[in-house]
Design a binder for this molecule. Structure first.
Ligand SMILES: Nc1ncnc2c1ncn2[C@@H]1O[C@H](COP(=O)(O)OP(=O)(O)OP(=O)(O)O)[C@@H](O)[C@H]1O
Ligand SMILES: [Mg+2]
Length: 444
């Protein structure tokens, strides 16, 4: 399933929104859509609207009135969601409107294709959406048949903490429950339970002398550890300690309780581990490598607690980790927006309290941050002197790339001056210089 377009009417800051999502040209990378724009320009609203089709997200309060409606186009089909006032009995309203519900939620109502009312049965083109919405409502019972697609949503909170007790048992509960609820998606208790359970099974396999089985048991957690290690540039391991029985994270061999992890590490670990746990626990058609699965993921400002170095790495790492995913995310960080190619940036603007989308543009990892700040974020950040230095730096960089070796030492001097001006300037210059080296190496 691929999401192609979102239409919204009277939702959040949008009177009318119509936004298309072009495909990713590289089959080895996840399809990424990045929303940028000022506070209140509707980034979260778009993510909540998309997520609402797969379970209850945070959209209901943003549906402004009885006319509010969102439409999702995917694989050539259309599904429509509207909101009913609490006072109107769902079935009465549906009959009045001439609709049959496949699923009537408490407050949000999924109407099937308005133009093709015969597409209303559960076996029609909306099967996946219906199935996920129905399953997400059930706290204890997961999907009844193997899935081919799922949806998850996270916000950049620091949800992870040590639960009071650890009980070693098979994980219970529905792996789709609250999977698109953003702020409630990560349940520390469940996550820690899953890690403790996995580590115990690995230890039991090792005690039997079966190291292949132990490795097989721990492979999903190993994927989480590998990814986070790559991102934070340190060796990260989940450790099950005894006395007291507790899951800790070891960072370059120093063991830390989950409660005292730094915020950046806490937030990335929370959503990444939760996502892989849910994928691991869901019945899936053909099983196979969970990293290859097809799913959609909504990430609302997951970079809020991240150091600039991590902000630059998070999307490239995630994009390669899940080659068959479609990922939608919001950010205020030019470092995140300029970190990938083969992605789409959707800028949003805000005028007199009304938001509207600008022209979607392909992301370009080579773009300079001042340019991105200026064109996409509408910020002209630098003081005049710094701006002049950056301008000169870019001129010299262009000459250097064109083969003029005489500018080499002048370029280094300018880079040094810029590094000293501010933390932001230093980050940008480090990135620019690395990129320059990379391009020169490639050219030689
Ligand atoms: N029920 C509503 N009725 C009218 N306007 C609403 C309603 N709900 C939300 N809004 C508008 O939507 C705006 C919030 O949009 P949203 O949270 O999507 O912005 P954002 O781009 O994510 O902002 P931030 O960067 O601060 O997270 C509010 O400022 C408000 O103007
Ligand atoms: Mg927001």
């Amino acid at each position: 399933m691929r999401i192609e377009r979102l239409i919204a009417h009277h939702v959040g800051p949008f009177d009318d929104l119509d936004i298309a999502f072009p495909e990713c040209p590289d089959p080895d990378k996840a399809e990424l859509h990045i929303f940028v724009g000022p506070n209140g320009s509707g980034k979260s609203t778009i993510l909540y609207a998309l997520a609402e089709f797969f379970g209850h997200s945070l959209l209901a309060d943003r549906m402004r009135d009885r006319d509010a409606r969102i439409v999702l186009e995917y694989d050539g089909h259309r599904a429509t969601l509207t909101r009913l006032p609490a006072s109107v009995p769902v079935h009465e309203q549906l009959q009045k409107d001439g609709y049959n519900p496949s699923r009537a939620g408490e407050r949000m109502l999924l109407y099937q294709n308005r133009d093709h009312p015969d597409h209303m049965s559960l076996d029609g083109p909306h099967t996946t959406i219906n199935e996920l919405r129905v399953a997400a409502d059930d706290r204890s019972r997961g999907p009844q048949r193997p899935l081919e697609f799922a949806a998850f949503a996270y916000s950049g909170g620091r949800s992870l903490s040590s639960p009071p007790d650890i009980i070693i048992q098979e994980p219970t509960g529905n792996p789709l429950h609250e999977a698109v609820s953003f702020t409630r998606t990560v349940d520390s208790q469940k996550l820690v339970q899953w890690i403790a359970n996995t580590r115990t099974k690995e230890a039991l396999a090792m005690a039997k002398g079966d190291s292949a089985l132990a490795e097989q048991r721990g492979r999903v957690i190993a994927a989480v550890e590998r990814t986070i290690s790559q991102l934070v540039d340190r060796t990260i391991r989940f450790v099950l300690c005894d006395e007291p029985l507790e899951v800790r994270i070891s960072q370059d061999s120093v063991e830390l309780s989950l409660d005292v992890l730094p915020d950046g590490l806490k937030s990335i670990t929370s959503w990444l581990a939760d996502l892989l746990m849910r994928l691991d626990r869901l019945p899936w058609k053909g099983q196979g490598d969970i990293l290859q699965r097809s799913f959609v993921c909504f990430l609302d400002e997951i970079d809020v607690h991240m150091h600039p170095a991590w902000q630059r790495k998070v999307l490239p790492v995630v994009q390669r980790l899940f080659p068959n995913a479609q990922i939608f995310l919001s950010t205020h960080s030019p470092l995140v927006a300029a970190s990938v190619s083969d992605a789409w940036i959707h800028p949003l603007t805000l005028n007199d309290g009304k938001a509207s989308p600008g022209k979607s543009v392909p992301a370009c990892a080579g773009d300079s941050y001042p340019a991105i700040l200026d064109t996409l974020f509408g910020v002209d950040e630098w003081d005049i002197e710094t701006e002049k230095l950056f301008k000169r730096f870019h001129e010299l960089k262009r000459l250097r790339l064109a083969g003029d070796n005489s500018v080499h030492s002048k370029l280094d001097q300018l880079a040094d001056m810029l590094r000293k001006r501010s933390l932001e300037a230093r980050d940008i210059i480090e990135h620019e210089m690395r990129q320059l080296m990379h391009r020169l190496e490639k050219a030689s």
